[in-house]
Design a protein around this ligand. Structure first.
Ligand code: ZN
Ligand code: ZN
Ligand code: FE
Length: 758
């Protein structure tokens, strides 16, 4: 029997070689008709024998191109039309929109050509095809066609044109297709002296890097600051110029060299070499990479080359520091003006090209949890702007996200477009980036928000912006957004226990929350437990200098003498540093007079406090540095814990006296810092489990979710997962979104919508 069918497909089906694939498949099965791009996906009409049509629909899903994603496939029977052949038709513009593909790492086929001296693209730093290359970062508008990308200024040469129109070619309708004759070009510049003349910019750059120079290199989502990762001297210099004493730098190495520097499990290898090519945190091995790259750290942040220029460069110099080109917390620099303006004190040279980066995005960062799978820390290049499923259909919503590690979410129906990592909303540049991306997202995805969701904190810039926007406004508590985000991403619709261990979040009572237990679902969350409130003297100053937290906590719990003996005396047990008695007195005064003191139940601050008591750090240079130091020294083997007490019910309050007194006692006895750290971690796990068991008995529920920045601590997270699962809990953690504040806007979207219905 002969039939005609229409097939409509939604998902990531443009810019990934979908139409040529459909064309080949149709011809293979002797089907006639057409395929075309529409604004909301792909339209196919096919006519032929029923059996072949069934095969076609099956193989469409099974054999689709690697970078494609089918979200929705609808079929419809039509009257016969007597098509003569199968063709690819012009794009049809309608009211909907299509998903935009993320940037895709250079594919195997392109690499073979890149290294083949007989190929016309041998050594061409912009080689790409329908299966790989820039996408999101070069898009100006939709639908995805060359004239709506920054490739529009490059007119194709006749050879490229032929490929572009030849259905059987790997570059058929590859919008960024180009070659040495017609494509973008690399050029090398000195900030002081202008253009650097060279026939082979990559070799010149490699030579200069080997000599210890620091150079900015334009990539896919922005510039990197690059230097030799084996050269201590240059990495130290980079740290000085960047004013970044300790925060780890990411490095880039070829896949074949990975195992020389890190331990790499198959599951980790699969992710790092995927089309996304994120930075992966992997455990360090051997000493090829100099210690200065990630000082006092178990892990190295490593990525493999994902653009042809990286492949070519790493041929000549194998281990490179590749850190986002920015100053402090500003967004990544993506154009030449930015390099000259912002980076002149860091680099003297920059390697660039004349294909504009339209949409900036940082490298994504992830890690692999052996008991839970992939976990993302920063979701940007390679992931954005692919939507994340929502657990239910929402009205057009903009959730503006938190203050730190901001992302926003623009959502409609069941799709949440979570923005790339924007950064900390405390400077003009980041605010500009935020506004730029909100505008673009609205335009690309055709969503005009009716509901605006923001944080409860009245002074956050994001809250202030939200208030000025049109639409209904709803404020959401930070840790409720955390918990709901985790439940939502895991599609947990019934009630569960939510544990939010975090740094900072404004609470309903005006205090800073962050060590929280909730009971609830996607619409209502009740706070049922938290760490005891303790004073945080001078707010921000305490976060920078965690010993101030330790002084405040210990003073509140044990009085002045204990504090003075710990921090000020010559025989003080806080080993590497002492605090002047006057500073201790000042802090005590602040607490006594309740002046410039906020109260906090933050788990992050408790970790800071213990790290300071162990003398691990006096002043932090990046977020969570103290807590990270505490995690890394934890001895794996001890099972011991400190005493703790849970008082009250709803909310249950966790008293910290026992824990902190236990740490002091161990310090006095000379117990090793490694053991103290492990005992502290264990204590947090066991007290959490005890509370969860109580809640589970009262509320009859077995599901529990973990969210919040503290869960980036792998020692803690792994132990929590194991112990909770041993006790019969169903444990949910984040996979598609970061457990840190990168998940907040997604959680705001969900709870904002359920609240707006109430
Ligand atoms: Zn390719
Ligand atoms: Zn060409
Ligand atoms: Fe948070």
């Amino acid at each position: 029997m002969v039939q005609r069918k229409r097939i409509k497909i939604k998902g990531i089906v443009q810019g990934v070689g979908f139409r040529p694939f459909v064309y080949r498949l149709a011809n293979d099965l002797d089907l006639k008709g057409f395929v075309r791009n529409t604004t909301d996906g792909i339209d196919i009409e096919i006519e032929g024998v029923t059996n072949n049509i069934t095969q076609f629909i099956k193989r469409l899903q099974e054999e689709k191109p690697k970078a494609a994603r089918i979200d929705d496939l609808l079929t419809e029977d039509l009257a016969l039309n007597a098509f003569k052949k199968f063709v690819i038709k012009e794009s049809k513009i309608s009211k909907g929109f299509t998903q935009i593909s993320p940037d895709i790492a250079t594919c195997e086929d392109c690499l073979i050509e890149l290294y083949n001296s007989h190929d016309r693209r041998h050594g061409f730093p912009f080689i790409n095809c329908t299966n790989c290359g820039p996408r999101y970062s070069i898009i100006i508008g939709t639908p995805y066609d060359r004239n709506k990308t920054s490739m529009k200024k490059f007119a194709m040469c006749s050879d490229c044109e032929k490929e572009f129109h030849k259905v059987t070619d790997r570059r058929f309708h590859a919008q960024p297709d180009c070659c040495m004759v017609c494509g973008p070009r690399l050029s090398l510049h000195s900030i002081e002296r202008g253009d650097v003349k060279t026939d082979d910019p990559i070799s010149t750059v490699a030579e200069l890097l080997k000599k210890g120079r620091i150079i900015a290199i334009k990539g896919i989502g922005g510039f990197h600051i690059v230097c030799d990762a084996t050269n201590s001297k240059v990495v130290r210099r980079l740290r000085k110029f960047k004013n970044r004493p300790a925060k780890p730098f990411a490095i880039m190495v070829k896949s074949k060299d990975l195992k020389k520097i890190v331990n790499l499990a198959d599951a980790e290898n699969e992710i790092i070499s995927s089309p996304v090519a994120p930075i992966m945190l992997l455990t360090k091995r051997r000493k090829i990479i100099c210690e200065e790259v990630a000082p006092n750290n178990h892990y190295l942040g490593v990525m493999v080359p994902y653009a042809p220029v990286h492949h070519l460069l790493l041929e000549k110099i194998p281990y490179l520091v590749m850190t986002s080109a920015n100053i402090q917390d500003e967004p990544i620099v993506a154009d030449e003006i930015g390099v000259v303006k912002k980076l002149k004190n860091i680099v003297s040279l920059y390697l660039t090209h004349n294909r504009r980066i339209e949409n900036r995005c940082d490298d994504s960062i992830g890690l692999y949890l052996f008991n839970k799978g992939f976990s993302i820390i920063r979701r940007s290049r390679g992931y954005v702007p692919v939507p994340i499923d929502l657990p239910f259909s929402v009205k057009p919503t903009l959730a503006v996200g938190p203050y730190l590690k901001n992302t926003f979410t623009l959502a409609n129906k069941q799709e949440a477009y979570v923005s790339p990592h924007i950064g900390d909303l405390d400077n003009l540049e980041t605010m500009d980036f935020f506004n730029e991306m909100v505008d673009k997202y609205k335009r690309w995805f055709r969503i005009e928000p009716e509901l605006i969701v923001h944080d409860l904190h009245p002074d956050y810039l994001s809250t202030k912006i939200a208030r000025k926007m049109k639409g209904k406004k709803i404020g959401v508590q930070h840790h409720i957004a955390h918990v709901v985000s985790c439940l939502g991403e895991n599609k947990v619709l019934d009630k569960a226990i939510g544990i939010a261990f975090d740094g900072t979040g404004y609470g309903f009572d005006g205090n800073i929350w962050g060590g929280e237990f909730f009971i609830g679902d996607l619409s209502v969350q009740k706070r049922v437990g938290h760490l005891d409130y303790l004073p945080l003297p001078g707010g921000e100053a305490s976060i920078k200098k965690p010993y101030r937290i330790a002084i405040a906590y210990l003073y509140k719990l044990f009085g002045e003498d204990v504090v003075a003996s710990l921090f000020c005396s010559r025989k003080g047990i806080v080993a590497p540093f002492r605090v002047r008695l006057e500073e201790v007195k000042t802090i005590i005064n602040m607490i006594e007079q309740n002046r410039n003191v906020v109260y906090t139940s933050s788990m992050g601050r408790l970790f800071d406090c213990v790290a300071a008591m162990l003398g691990l750090i006096k002043e932090i240079t990046f977020e969570a540095e103290a807590a990270i130091n505490l995690e890394y020294i934890a001895a794996k083997r001890t099972r011991k814990t400190y005493p703790y007490r849970i008082k009250g019910a709803e909310p249950m309050i966790i008293e910290l006296n026992g824990i902190l007194a236990g740490v002091v006692k161990d310090l006095q006895k000379g117990v090793s810092l490694e053991v103290i750290s492990a005992k502290f971690h264990n204590t947090i796990v066991y007290l959490s489990l005890e509370i969860a068991k109580k809640l589970s008995r009262i509320y009859r529920m077995k599901k529990v979710c973990f969210s919040g920045g503290v869960f980036q601590n792998r020692y803690l997270l792994n132990l929590m997962i194991d112990k909770f699962e041993d006790a019969g809990f169903e444990v949910y953690v984040h996979h598609q979104l970061p457990t840190n504040d990168g998940c907040i806007s997604y959680g705001q979207t969900i709870i904002g919508n359920t609240k707006s219905r109430q």
